[in-house]
Unconditional design. Structure first.
Length: 576
């Protein structure tokens, strides 16, 4: 069920939807980037997405259905689990005896069809093509059933809790309603794409918040009477002390279902009104992203790829907590992970398990620190070493020494810019001449939210431009936009479209997902000279920009002009 490019071309030209020259240009771009030609035509705004889907349906002889206003029977809806429906854009919408009609966006997704056949062996799957608004409408109906389910559990729990208040905490933690409440909180968070769950005790209630795309959102408010049960359940799952209420505790547990498998990292902290729970959700089945999908592009991407091919030296990824540094390191390890090399890591925590990579978890309580772990790693005959974070003088010295003695070392550092990593290493008592000899590349990054569909375009007014000048160099940004051929030489920044989010029912804040903005600073001969002279981060930054380094702000403005994110998002993560 695949539409070949030449088939698509014939029908598009016959319907006068695109010109032959436009199609050929899109086809070349598709081949170069590894994308579908139809996807390129939509991104270049040569054809509407729904037009393309309807045309594919016509070519393949698959009926097109519009479900934008349809209410689906919950029993039919549940045949395809929500995580599968969300990740593959496929929903069940009608059942007639043994025939199940499913609506999908991708007619080539035969793997999901096979999965549904195995799950429901007696059913005959009848595929239909549909449009994104139809899929959104049906996916919303899952969420409503989930919230209704949560409401029923809470009502039931409120009725029975009073009789159980005198029971031991361990017994309460094993009660079915409490188990269901905690499971539903986690399941709801996974379906909302949350990275963290915060359960915060207030004076008269419990506030549950989810961190989605880096921003905390209120998810629900629970009765105060559930506090001890929820806390006990999380502690039992995480193997923490139930009777300890004065000291912080950390733990971990697995949350598994037929459709997903997550590792949940737990932190319990005493606060004024009780104990606050923070849970980090880490998908165990998650594959590493490609560097391109993270947001690295052109010169920055090329610099990373060149330095990953070097057998020795050090690559550092910098930025504040939660900016995706570890994800970037894992993506690099995925590229380097071949049978010819031995890769060893020391991490705190191990966020994702990578096949064929020897990963060691830091345990300071028994003396296994980054420094002691790194010291042991170099005796394991590694080619590549990944250190989760350079936190202290000893780890910095050992990492530099490992890079000097024939290893490729990857690590992270908490600095705000790429250039700031060098003075930070010198502060950690690393010798400047050793830094210049070992350091190959420094990457700085932030995460910005992606604009959702229906975004609004606008142009900068003189007032907005004068406001932006306080935070960035407009002239330099103009030069970058001209290099990207987004502006002609005689145009200025007022002649380019930027975009802002358009809230909708499907996406209340107008953003969905995140992407990185980056700066990649290669340690050239001139930069090495500056390091030896102990130059300031500003001097190093200035020299790197002279040599062609694009800053995070410039990378962010390019992505804003492309409609990927907004200027407000770029400034939100850059201004500190």
């Amino acid at each position: 069920m695949r539409v070949e490019p030449q088939q698509l071309k014939a029908f598009l030209l016959d319907a006068n939807l695109v010109k032959e020259s436009e199609f050929e240009k899109a086809l070349k771009k598709a081949e170069k980037t590894g994308r579908e030609v139809g996807e390129v035509l939509v991104s270049e705004r040569l054809i509407e997405e729904e037009e393309l889907i309807r045309l594919k349906a016509y070519i393949l002889g698959i009926p097109f259905v519009n479900l934008e206003k349809e209410k689906i029977d919950p029993e039919v809806l549940k045949i395809i689990p929500e995580p599968i429906a969300c990740s593959h854009n496929i929903v069940a919408f009608r059942r007639k005896e043994n025939n199940l009609e499913v609506a999908m966006l991708d007619p080539e997704d035969l793997q999901t069809i096979e999965f549904i056949k195995k799950k429901e062996p007696g059913l005959r799957i009848v595929p239909r093509l549909t449009n994104p608004p139809s899929i959104k409408n049906v996916l919303k109906q899952y969420r409503q059933t989930l919230k209704a389910e949560f409401g029923k559990i809470i009502k039931k729990e409120k009725r029975i809790l009073g009789a159980k208040e005198t029971k031991m905490l361990k017994e309460v933690a094993q009660e079915m309603p409490i188990i269901k409440i905690v499971d539903t909180l986690i399941k709801h968070a996974i379906l909302d794409r949350a990275s963290d769950i915060h359960i915060e005790p207030a004076e008269k209630e419990i506030i549950v918040r989810y961190r989605i795309d880096g921003i905390l959102h209120d998810a629900m408010t629970l009765p105060k009477s559930l506090e001890s049960g929820i806390l006990a359940r999380v502690k039992v799952l995480s193997n923490l002390k139930l009777d300890e209420h004065r000291l912080p505790q950390d733990g971990r547990f697995k949350f598994e279902d037929e459709e997903y498998k997550y590792s949940v990292r737990v932190s319990v902290l005493p606060v004024f009104n009780g104990e606050k729970i923070a849970m980090r959700l880490l998908p165990e089945s998650g594959r590493a992203f490609s560097l391109e999908s993270l947001g690295l592009r052109e010169e920055s991407l090329e610099r990373v790829q060149i330095n990953l091919r070097k057998p020795t030296g050090m690559i550092l990824v910098t930025g504040p907590t939660g900016c995706g540094k570890t994800t970037t390191l894992y993506s690099m390890l995925e590229i380097l992970n071949t049978p010819e090399v031995n890769i060893s890591t020391v991490e705190d925590p191990i966020e994702y398990q990578i096949p064929r990579v020897n990963q060691t978890q830091v345990k300071p309580a028994i003396g296994l620190t980054f420094a002691s772990g790194l010291r042991a790693l170099v005796r394991q005959d590694p080619n590549i070493i990944m250190v989760g974070e350079v936190r202290d003088n000893e780890t910095a010295g050992l990492a530099i020494n490992a890079a000097l003695t024939g290893h490729l070392v990857l690590s992270t550092l908490h600095t705000t810019s790429a250039a700031g990593a060098i003075p930070r290493l010198i502060d950690m008592k690393a010798e400047p001449f050793l830094i210049s000899s070992t350091l190959n590349l420094i990457i700085a990054q932030r995460l910005v939210r992606r604009l959702y569909e229906g975004k609004e375009n606008y142009r900068l007014t003189p007032n907005l431009i004068s406001e932006l000048k306080k935070y960035c160099d407009i002239e330099q940004i103009l030069n970058v936009l001209r290099e990207e051929k987004m502006l002609k030489p005689n145009q200025d920044i007022r002649d380019i479209d930027f975009y802002r989010p358009k809230p909708s029912k499907a996406c209340p804040d107008g953003y969905k997902g995140r992407i990185g903005i980056f700066e990649a600073l290669p340690v050239t001969e001139t930069i090495k000279e500056l390091i030896v002279k102990e130059a300031t981060s500003d001097q190093i930054q200035k020299q790197a920009q002279k040599e062609g380094m694009r800053t995070m702000v410039e990378d962010g403005f390019v992505k804003a002009a492309q409609g990927i994110t907004s200027i407000e998002e770029v400034l939100r993560v850059i201004i500190e």
